[in-house]
Design a protein around this ligand. Structure first.
Ligand SMILES: [Zn+2]
Length: 131
């Protein structure tokens, strides 16, 4: 199950970053997953639940942002978002390139430090908390 190893390496990155920032408990993680990664969100959540047990990520919320597959034809410039990987342009049968859909990264995570005042936000996103 490839989701397991994806979650495993994602957790390692978060734990490493948390250690550097004095985070003792991670409360939420936001993942960007392109469609081409072929990871099922339910399986990612399941893997996260299993693997996070006994770590600083235990009980954290896993937020998954799925990015669609976006292709562009090199012949006619047609951009389309196929449900499945398709290199042949539906318009002119030219060969297309992938514009997006291969992403896999942690956008953002949140946690508490030992002092417990205010918490911490990590990651490279400037996204405000949802909800
Ligand atoms: Zn085309």
């Amino acid at each position: 199950m490839h989701e397991f190893s994806l979650v495993q390496s994602m957790m390692e990155l978060v734990q490493q970053s948390a250690a550097e920032n004095g985070i003792t408990r991670v409360t939420s993680v936001k993942l960007i997953v392109g469609k081409l990664i072929m990871a099922q969100p339910e399986l990612l959540r399941f893997s996260f639940g299993v693997l996070s047990e006994g770590t600083i990520l235990a009980g954290a919320t896993l937020d998954i942002d799925e990015r669609p597959l976006l292709m562009r034809c090199q012949e006619c410039g047609n951009e389309y978002t196929p449900d499945f990987f398709e290199v042949v342009c539906p318009k002119c049968t030219g060969i297309s390139i992938i514009l997006s859909g291969k992403e896999l990264h942690i956008e953002h995570y949140q946690g508490d430090s030992e002092e417990g005042d205010g918490g911490f936000e990590g990651g490279n996103g400037a996204t405000p908390p949802a909800g």
